[in-house]
Design a protein around this ligand. Sequence first.
Ligand code: AMP
Length: 529
Amino acid sequence: MLIETIDSWSRKGMNHVAHQYRDHIITYGALKEHSDALAAWISQYYREHDILRQTPVIVYGHKENEMLVSFLAAVKSGNPYIPVDTSVPGDRLQQIIRSSQAKLILSPQTVPGEIFNFDLKIIENMELNSPEVYADFLGQTVPSEIFVQSEEVYYIIYTSGSTGIPKGVQIPLKALESFLKWVNSAYAPQEQQEVFLNQAPFSFDLSVMDLYMALSTGGTLWSIDKTQIASHRELFESLANSRVSFWVSTPSFADFCLLDRKFEQSLLPNLKRFLFCGEVLTHDCASKLKSRFPQAVVENLYGPTEATVAATTISITSDILEQFNPLPVGACKPDSRLIICDSDRLSEHIQACCGMLTAAPDMLEDGERGEIVIAGPNVSIGYLNNPEQTKRAFFSWEEEGVFWQAYRTGDAGAWKDGLLFFYGRLDFQVKLHGYRIELGDIEENLRKIEWVENAVVLPVVKREKIEYLQAFVTTKKAIMDEFDAGQEMRQQLKQYLPEYMIPRRLRFLEKMPMTANGKVDRRALAEGN
Ligand code: AMP
C-alpha cells in the first residue's frame, strides 16, 4: 500500500515538491515518472541477467533527488534497496557488496574504490535531466503486483558490526508500514501541508522517519547536506527559507544549532514538532528547545534500526521536565511489546529453545533494570546473509496464534509507572553525534594495520555526553615519532571507516593494562585518561 500511496500524490498534486536539496527539487509527478521508468528498466535488466527477485540494489550518494528515485524504482521492481552514503569509504562499500551479493549499484555520483572486479552493474553519475540508462522506458509503468509485497524486504540498512564487518538489517514492507501508521497517527502531519527536515544521511535509519513520513503524507522532504552543517550562518540562512514544520534530527544536531542564539522560533515560524531519536535527549537540550520554541512539541523516540527506527515515544512536557532527569523515552507503540529481561537468563532460555520460545520471555519487575527486548511487527527479520549474528540477536515465540518476532537491543532499561527509562549499553556500542558505532569495529580495523599489535577504543564523556573517541594502541615496532605514526594510522583507517568513526585522539602504550581474569582493563584505560 505504501508505494501506491506515494504514487497517488502525483495525481493529487503533480507539481507539489516531494524533495528539495539545495536548489534541486523534484515534484511528485517527476518522482513517479522517473521511478516508474527506472523500475521498468531494472525489471528488464534483472530478467535478462537471470537475477532473482529480492536481490538488493545499492543506492550510493548523498541526498540527491536521484537517490529517492532509485529507492522507489528498486521497490517498484520488487527488490529492496541499500542506501549507502558517500561518507562510506570504498573499502566498506566493497564489504557491503560482498555481504549483500547485490548485482546493481545506482548512483548520482562516481562510485569509489576498486569495485570493478565484482560481478555487478554500476550505473554512475545518474542525472534526472539526461537519464540515459532508462530514457527509452519513460512513460512505462510497472504493474503493482511486481512491487515489494508486505512480507518482503523493502530496505536494508548496514550498521556498524562488532567484528569489523557491517551488518545488513533487513526491514520488510510490513514493518515500515506499521511504523508509519503509528507515527502518522501520533503526530498527525496534515496531508500535503508539511515540510520535514532531513538531517541524517539516508544510510542512517533516522532518515527513514522524515523520508517516509513526508512521502506517505504528500509532504515535502527538505534535506540539508553535510557541507551546510559546517557553519551556523549558512545553515540558518537556508533554514529560514525552508518552511520546516517537522524537525527530525539527532539531539546532537539540535545541540549544535542551540549554540547560536538565532536558533529560536522566529527562524522556523512554521515549526510544530521536534522528533528526536537515536541517542540520549538530555534534559538541558529539551528545556532549551522548549523555551526557545514555545509553540513546538519536543518528542523523544527510542529504538534501534532493527526495530524500524523507533518503538517508544514521549512528548517532553513541562511536567515531564520537572519530574525527570534523565528524561524517559516513553511508552511503546500499540501493536508492539517492550520487555525488560534478565540478560543472562534470557540467553540461556533462547539457547535451550534454539531461538523459538514457547511463550514471551520473563519480564523483570517495575523499576528493575535489565536488557530491553522489542517484539512486534516492526522488528526486522534478521541480518542479511548472516545467520550467526541473527541467531544471537533475534528470537521469536507464538502466543494465541500471534507470531512475535523479537530483538535483543543490548540496551539497559527499566519500566517505571508505564514509562521506559534508558540506562546506556550493556556492551561496547556507543552513539557519537547520533552515529551508532561498535567500538570493536574500529578496534578490528586498527588491528588490520600491519604494525599494530592491539587496540582498544573508548569514548571520552564530558557533561554526560560522548565528546569524542580515543584509541589506545600497542605496536609491534618501536614508534619514533608519535605524531607521524598517528597520521599514518588515521590515513590507513580512512580506507576502511567513515570519518565519524576515526578516533580523534590516539595514545601509544607499551602494553595494555589487564584485569585479573586476563581481559584488557578498559576501566583502567578510561580512568588513566
Ligand atoms: P541506531 O540503530 O543507529 O538507531 O541505534 C540504536 C541505538 O541508539 C539504541 O539501541 C540505543 O542504544 C540508542 N538510542 C536510540 N534512541 C535513543 C533515545 N531516545 N535515548 C537514548 N538512546 C537511544
